[in-house]
Design a protein around this ligand. Structure first.
Ligand code: PLP
Length: 413
């Protein structure tokens, strides 16, 4: 079913905005997504009608808030195919979720000389926590190569797996190249090598159907703010068996069963990993965002983005730019993220000129410095990224802005 984009756009108040005197064209969805009134209203309604701390009070308001908080976890679990909400831990973001695994799981399971395997296409949030772990434990950090500036090198993956890494951590979808990695197949291969698997799903869960049980990942992380939800709420899915065996990451209120002067015992899953007052309104907003996405259907979301991406790639291929990542011939492995370069124009100048036309795109290393500077060999790249409310007309506006770039920077075709 195709999405009714004009109807969807009416749900997003910010899309009526002007930017520099032009109608806003928001193409920075890989950074964060805009919020529909259904999410805004859910958060606002919570503050107006059910605000109280959770798991504490025995009065009606607190019980309502607690019920909504638990319901949010059940909604998340169902959305990503987790066995139960016991596997759903809330953190602030994908970044915090990965740090929690690197600390709580990594510090116990990784020893001196062990290998940790990640890839050259990772976001900093799936690089730096592993670098820190490798330094703490004197472990070895290996990278699966990116070939052709597009895909992970299969042979290199096989060869690095032969080193029997303790953990394999990779992104489901690259935030720079838009490459969709074969998460299920890679997880199977890593398990056969005896590794534990963490998947960074920050760019996948908002944009396509994801089932963590089918993928069989041990850990899978994603962020609420990239999928129409509020900032400050991120999800760590973990297999119950592994989570049960892990010690908590943070200590404090709510994550304990008993506390004595010297010792404490831990609460059951998932509460053992959630210390102190949580982002209750964030959890409620995230559940509203999932409800919205489910109503559209994730298959339809993916199809819409595929159509837009294919259209944008077509237009860009005649626009005198170099496109990074998989192209039109690989649409099944390409998400709605397009980075490109234009000879003679710096990425920041391109983004600034786009901005003067009302078009919001991001430029920079996109928190993937090794990929952008070493593999793409660019100091920075401009990036367009799409979502449910974007249209072909908006892509036309973006492409027309490229003519403006050439005109202002005096670049010949
Ligand atoms: N991983 C990928 C692939 C991302 O694109 C991002 C954000 O852009 C992150 C992780 C980090 O997400 P957050 O900033 O919400 O922690």
């Amino acid at each position: 079913m195709t999405l009714d984009v004009e109807k969807i756009r009416k749900d997003f108040p910010i899309l009526k905005s002007m930017a520099n005197g032009k109608p806003l064209v928001y193409l920075d969805n890989a950074a964060t997504a805009q919020k529909p009134r259904q999410v805004i209203n859910a958060v606002s309604k919570h503050y107006k009608k059910s605000n109280a701390n959770v798991h504490r009070g025995i009065y009606k308001l607190a019980e309502d808030a607690t019920a909504q908080y638990i319901k949010s976890k059940e909604t998340v679990a169902k959305f990503v195919g987790a066995e139960s909400y016991r596997s759903v831990i809330y953190f602030r973001s994908t970044t915090e979720a990965i740090n929690a695994v690197a600390r709580a799981w990594g510090d116990v399971n990784v020893d001196k000389g062990d290998h940790i395997l990640i890839t050259e296409m990772e976001h900093h949030s799936n690089i730096v926590p592993w670098q820190m772990l490798a330094k703490r434990k004197e472990a070895v950090l290996d990278y699966v190569k990116v070939s052709d500036g597009k895909f992970l090198d299969h042979d290199d993956f096989v060869s690095k797996l032969s080193l029997k890494p303790k953990i394999v951590a990779f992104s489901h979808v690259s935030n720079v190249l838009g490459t969709i990695n074969q998460a299920q197949e890679m997880t199977k291969m890593a398990h056969e090598a005896g590794s534990t698997v963490l998947i960074d799903g920050a760019q996948a869960v908002p944009h396509m159907p994801v089932n963590v049980s089918e993928i069989n990942a041990d850990f899978y992380a994603f962020s609420g703010h990239k999928m129409l939800g509020p900032s400050g709420i991120g999800v760590l899915y973990g297999s119950e068996e592994i989570l049960e065996g892990m010690a908590p990451f943070h200590g404090g209120g709510d994550m304990i069963r008993t506390v004595d002067f010297q010792e404490s015992t831990w609460n059951e899953l998932p509460w053992k990993f959630e210390a102190g007052t949580q982002n209750i309104e964030g959890a409620i907003g995230l559940a509203a965002a999932i409800k919205y996405l489910k109503r559209l259907g994730m298959e339809n979301v993916r199809e819409h983005e595929k159509t837009l991406t294919s259209y944008a790639l077509d237009r860009l291929s005649h626009a005198g730019v170099t496109i990074h990542g998989p192209g039109k011939e690989d649409m099944d492995k390409k998400a709605g993220v397009i980075s490109f370069s234009m000879k003679g124009a710096h990425a920041h100048d391109i983004a600034q000129i786009f901005d003067s036309e009302g078009v919001a795109i991001r430029s920079g290393h996109h928190c993937a410095m090794p990929l952008v500077t070493k593999i793409l060999n660019e100091p920075a790249v401009p990036r367009m990224s799409f979502y449910i409310y974007n249209t072909q007309a908006e892509i036309d506006t973006a492409i027309a802005s490229l003519d403006k770039v050439r005109e202002i920077l005096k670049i010949q075709r």
